[in-house]
Design a protein around this ligand. Sequence first.
Ligand code: PRT
Ligand code: MG
Length: 212
Amino acid sequence: MITLALSKGRIFDDILPLLKAAGIEVLDDPEKSRKLILRTNQPDVRVVLVRATDVPTYVQYGGADMGVVGKDTLLESGTQGLYQPLDLQIAKCRISVAVRDGFDYSAAVRQGSRLKVATKYVAIARDFFAAKGVHVDLIKLYGSMELAPLTGLADAIVDLVSTGNTLKANHLVEVERIMDISSRLVVNQAALKLKQAPIRRIIDAMAKAVAA
Ligand code: PRT
Ligand code: MG
């Protein structure tokens, strides 16, 4: 049995065509059922639904053989020893610094005053500002980062942006792009050895579909 860990939402929606190209069709619709283990048309392949942030953990400890996870989550998770054979080029976005419209970010950075930065991505933000030599106080949030500069909780946020509509709707502006993000296929190292043939088949088929 091959177990694939996926999160509901955009990653699930975007991975379906690539799975299909690899001959795998998910038989249950996660939006219509409460099942956490989904069958596929392949009797020896199943999907488990977990939180996006839990995907690296499931794969690292062998709760799943493979998984699909955003580079943002992967960098932030600190998980070790995951084989990352493929950039799937799905769920693309960027991770950026944003501030309230009218806040003079470059002046704040120039003056060397400590910047208060709210984010779910503490590790990515810490590395980014350290490399720039900017002193920051990081405030860990679990969601709705956009609210932080509007309420005075923080001067800036580090968050994912795709269309930019969410920033705009909240009178925030993107002032720096930290990196481009897409989702990666991750594989458990032991599974790769023990189930080499079927896992290789899936990786190769998905690689072909990504290139096409
Ligand atoms: O939502 P939940 O708390 O369960 O978990 P999650 O947020 O980790 O999962 P999910 O499904 O929301 O995101 C999974 C992955 O999708 C992320 O880890 C990213 O790699 C990727 N991704 C791609 C995105 C976006 N695009 C994106 N736009 N994740 C989140 N967003 C957010 C963005 O921060 C903004 O708040 O969506 C909102 C809309 O963005 P705009 O710019 O289009 O308005
Ligand atoms: Mg989300």
